[in-house]
Design a protein around this ligand. Structure first.
Ligand code: GDP
Length: 311
């Protein structure tokens, strides 16, 4: 059973963890957003890839939801003293090693895909973690505080400015990787994870040919909006400020024509008919992943066909 999962760094990463446990080694491919990537202290930082790496390696700090559990900040303190910029991006010491290693591998000629594969293997991860693109792609947000690079908005401005528009810098030249497209073509099940539809899944689907590849796979998507709210992060506020409906139906509308089925949380079962009206098969499942058992149960239910058909 080969599964390809499209993911950002939080909801998608948790579902990846469930799939990785319930599938056989090598059966899971996680196609990860790269448009949040940035350069810090001369290093290549890929926040969503790192969150997936740390989650699948069992290293993630579960209290913050990012970074390495138990990490220290000695290097960051010294960088600050030395006058480094953008030290609001909280890089831990172990986390710094990840960015150093990635930067080194890329400087030695590896693609982001190859560098990620080498690091995943070194951490004992058997799932394939596939950057959606090896090319430069950067989410720029038009906000009330002006146009901000994604990390300036997300970390620097603590997601406070309202987002009025999204621009993907580099999109014209960026291509999906052959590995990501092959994973979609070969998968028995393609899932769009419960990740931010605007800034995590949006940039993956925007890559030339990606939308068509996902549509051809008969994919299903899991809603990141439950009972009208994001479980973490600014997805709900972003949908609102972009003029979209802040419900699972609003997310389903974005994915209409791309996925075959749409998974609503059990709390939103009453919205199933609205999802069906968009031409998507509604499925209702418990999608809130608080524990490992929740992650495994959701992954298992998706593999088994996506839960109760509720029309
Ligand atoms: P980011 O890259 O860190 O922003 O993370 P993602 O884009 O992968 O995930 C953010 C989205 O995941 C938010 O919209 C959350 O509501 C959603 N999310 C987080 N945890 C869960 C969960 O357990 N279940 C569901 N259904 N959605 C979740």
């Amino acid at each position: 059973m080969r599964v390809a999962l499209l993911a950002g760094g939080t909801g998608g990463a948790k579902l990846a963890d469930g799939f990785a446990r319930v599938l056989a080694p090598g059966e899971l491919s996680v196609i990860v957003n790269v448009a949040d990537d940035t350069e810090l202290h001369g290093l290549r930082v890929s926040p969503d890839i790192d969150s997936v790496l740390y989650t699948l390696a069992g290293l993630l700090d579960r209290t913050t939801g990012w970074g390495v559990a138990g990490d220290t900040r000695t290097a960051l303190g010294m960088l600050e003293r030395l006058g480094a910029e953008r030290t609001w991006f909280q890089i831990g010491d172990a986390d710094l090693a990840t960015h150093v290693r990635r930067t080194q591998l890329i400087r030695d000629g590896a693609s982001l895909t190859d560098a990620t594969a080498a690091m995943a293997a070194a951490l004992g991860i058997t799932a394939r973690i596939l950057p959606a693109s090896d090319d430069r792609l950067r989410t720029m947000l038009q906000t009330d505080a002006g146009e901000l690079d994604f990390q300036d908005y997300f970390v620097g401005h603590r997601q406070e400015p309202e987002v009025r528009g999204v621009r993907l810098d580099g999109l014209d030249a960026a291509r999906p990787t052959p590995a990501a497209l092959a994973a979609l073509a070969e998968a028995d099940l393609v899932v769009i994870g419960p990740s931010n539809p605007v800034v995590s899944i949006g940039p993956i689907l925007a890559l030339s040919g990606m939308r068509e590849a996902v549509a051809a796979s008969g994919a299903m998507a899991v809603s990141p909006i439950v009972a009208g709210r994001a479980l973490k992060g600014p997805a709900d506020r972003m949908l609102a400020s972009l003029g979209e409906e802040v419900t699972a139906v609003g997310v389903a509308r974005r994915y209409a024509g791309i996925v075959r089925a749409f998974v609503l949380d059990a709390a939103d079962a009453a919205l199933a008919s609205e999802v069906a009206a968009l031409g998507l098969e509604p499925r209702v499942l418990p999608t809130v992943m608080r524990s490992d058992a929740d992650r495994d149960a959701l992954a298992t239910a998706l593999i088994q066909g996506g839960g109760i058909l509720n029309r």
